[in-house]
Design a protein around this ligand. Structure first.
Ligand code: DC
Length: 223
């Protein structure tokens, strides 16, 4: 097995993970793995299926979905069963559904295998909640991004607005708080920094400043 370079970026919703992970992957010329998009895709598929699935039935259902990466950096695309995963998974409802699915051990097991398979095929920036703790504990470098809850809600609202989804900020802050609770308090692979992660509070930093800190952490100069 070839040891690939893996940089993990974990953190709660709305902290700027995707923006920074894409940019860092671009600067390093490596692939970008958005594991939240994997949970979102499967959560929407489970919802569409309609029936409440648990245990082996859930595992069997989830095993039908294969994931692959195409391209590098900001141009990287996640494919599910050969189809590009796009903005259809980016609503806050899909995020909540993903957080609900993510507490189920069957879903975490299936995606753990998928994520590690991808990590064995390419150098990666892997973004999620448990990349540094559970999926790639021996990753070369680990970053944990955090920010104050209101700042995260404002950033998320701006991202959603860009996609034409306008939401009430107070309502969104409440949903993010609920999602944080689910992510931090689940039994398996809860959201928390790995002991060897560099923690960056992004609340009062610009994207460029956070990017510079990440590059500094991994011993590169930001271009
Ligand atoms: O990063 P995101 O907002 O796209 O993630 C959506 C949800 O998926 C998140 O609230 C919890 C779950 N998730 C997870 O449990 N583990 C990951 N590695 C990535 C996402």
């Amino acid at each position: 097995m070839i040891a690939h370079f893996i940089l993990t970026i974990d953190g709660p919703a709305g902290v700027g993970k995707s923006t920074l992970a894409k940019r860092t992957a671009g600067a390093l010329g490596v692939a970008y793995l958005d594991t939240g998009a994997m949970f979102r895709t499967l959560a929407l598929a489970v919802e569409k299926n309609g029936k409440e699935l648990r245990g082996h039935a859930l595992t069997d259902f989830l095993q039908k979905f294969a994931f692959a990466l195409e391209g590098v950096g900001a141009g990287a695309r996640l494919l599910c069963n050969g189809r590009v995963v796009g903005d259809e998974v980016r609503s806050e409802e899909a995020g909540m559904a993903a957080a609900r699915l993510a507490v189920l051990p069957e879903a975490r097991e299936v995606l753990k295998d998928r994520q590690r398979d991808i990590g064995e095929t390419a150098d990666l920036v892997a973004e999620g909640r448990d990349m540094g703790t559970a999926i790639f504990p021996s990753a070369a470098r680990k970053i944990f991004l955090d920010a104050r809850p209101l700042v995260r809600a404002e950033r998320r609202a701006m991202q959603l607005a860009v996609m034409g989804q306008h939401v009430d900020i107070v309502d969104l802050a409440e949903r993010i708080r609920e999602r944080d609770d689910m992510d931090r308090n689940r039994v398996i692979a809860p959201l928390r920094p790995a002991p060897d992660a560099t923690i960056i509070d992004t609340s009062d930093l610009s994207v460029d400043e956070v990017f510079a800190k990440i590059m500094e952490t991994i011993g590169r100069r930001p271009e």
